[in-house]
Design a protein. Structure first.
Length: 386
């Protein structure tokens, strides 16, 4: 059967995200061009893609022919002019507004008017990138998660100027590639990186207050909470530099809302170069002879930790709904598919009871007298409705 949706797509940036996005599109049958202004990066990406395909064949996820065909659909180009007949271009270069704006300005002259220009930015305003174009109607955010070929969720973020006609087409493409698109308002952190902040932030507060150590907090969240990884294990996996930067960016972008205030502990770790797994040391020591710290498996303490972190996540999810960042359905999808939470946070809140959530938030607020613990107006309204 001929797939009428097949197209030629362009990817700019051949780093972690660019090469992953190119891989997933090629595996879905699209023809993909990749451009990177660093020829060494292209070479590295090409070698990495070959290795990944080889591994997929070894694991019998793909036949040798399918792997070869997917690889042959990815073409590395040394000039952006090659993108002239692309129907979609996804930019995945460094997270720098000026670099991205310059690129979009150039793309506008190269790509035909029916080509969609997308950015994979995770923290910049899509609207400000679109503003670099004379025809910003065809610019939007397509926020993939790492590793892009595996992670199902993609946040689709229309800029203020985006023509909504594009949204349907983008969601169709993503669905065809096996992805789950959700639509997010162009606000800091979109859905996932906003709602997930307390998973790290509240865990760090509990650590800094001395209520429990990293291993105990991780144990509470995995064993009692059902999360796949505890916050400290996950931060070490993501990289403390990357995670700190996201937190700081969201904090600044929210005009220093104390709810998103970064933790000194994480800043110090980043400064020390204790970035996590990639440097052999983070919250935990990953050297081969290092001993693993044991959690204090006290059920009452564990319950307290898990309840406090999940409560803050629930509050954040209801607040995102209150501010119309996304629909309830998309918020649930984002957190269960994007970051593999064991349950949708809105459902979790409903199950715990709105009264309980409001009381528990107010208790934290009373204790600390910090705006960080303000209860979402939506949770309060729902509790009042009974
Ligand atoms: P990376 O550093 O691995 O790759 C960036 C690539 O862009 C490099 O190969 C670099 O040579 C190239 N580049 C820089 N300036 C360029 C230019 N003017 N023209 C062409 N190529 C250029 O970065 P990564 O992690 O892939 O991130 C890319 C984008 O994706 C960023 O906007 C980031 O915020 C976003 N993102 C990253 C995620 C992650 O987990 N790494 C997750 C979701 C989004």
């Amino acid at each position: 059967m001929i797939n009428v949706l097949l197209m030629k797509a362009g990817v700019i940036g051949s780093g972690t995200m660019g090469s992953g996005i190119a891989q997933l599109m090629a595996m879905a049958g699209e023809e993909v061009l990749i451009y990177d202004n660093n020829p060494q990066a292209c070479k590295r990406a090409q070698a990495k893609l070959e290795k990944i395909m080889q591994r997929l064949v070894e694991k019998e996820r793909l036949s040798a022919e399918e792997a070869q065909a997917a690889l042959s659909r990815i073409v590395f180009v040394d000039n952006l002019m090659a993108f002239a007949d692309c129907k979609l271009v996804i930019e995945a270069v460094v997270e720098d507004l000026k670099v991205k704006c310059d690129l979009f300005e150039r793309l506008e002259d190269i790509c035909s008017s029916d080509c969609l220009l997308a950015t994979n930015t995770s923290s910049l305003s899509v609207t400000s990138i679109a503003a670099a174009c004379d025809r910003p109607q065809r610019v939007l955010g397509m926020h993939f998660f790492n590793p892009a070929p595996l992670m199902k969720l993609v946040e689709v973020v229309p800029a203020l100027q985006t023509d909504r006609l594009w949204l349907g087409r983008v969601k169709e493409w993503l669905t065809k590639w096996g992805k789950t698109p959700v639509e997010a308002k162009d606000t800091p952190g979109f859905i996932v990186n906003r709602i997930a902040r307390p998973f790290y932030g509240e865990a760090l507060r509990i650590l800094e207050e001395g209520l429990a150590d990293e291993a105990t907090i991780d144990w509470a969240m995995t064993e009692l909470g059902g999360f796949r990884m505890g916050p400290f294990t996950l931060m070490d996996y993501i990289g403390n530099d990357v995670n700190y930067t996201v937190t700081e960016t969201v904090f600044k972008a929210f005009y220093y809302d104390p709810r998103y205030k970064p933790a000194f502990t994480q800043k110090r770790l980043a400064e020390a170069g204790w970035l996590g797994r990639k440097t052999g040391r983070g919250y935990y020591d990953y050297e081969p002879d290092a001993s693993k710290p044991q959690p204090r498996k006290d059920p009452d303490l564990g319950e307290k930790i898990f309840r406090r972190i999940v409560l803050m996540l629930i509050n954040e999810a209801y607040d995102a709904l209150f501010w119309k960042i996304a629909s309830a359905e998309d918020i649930e999808l984002a957190m269960t598919r994007g970051v593999n939470y064991p349950k949708g946070l809105l459902l979790w809140g409903k199950e715990w009871g709105y009264d309980y959530c409001v009381e528990a938030m107010d208790e934290l607020y009373e204790r600390y007298r910090e705006d960080r613990y303000r209860c979402s107006p939506l949770l309060r309204e729902l509790a009042q409705q009974g």
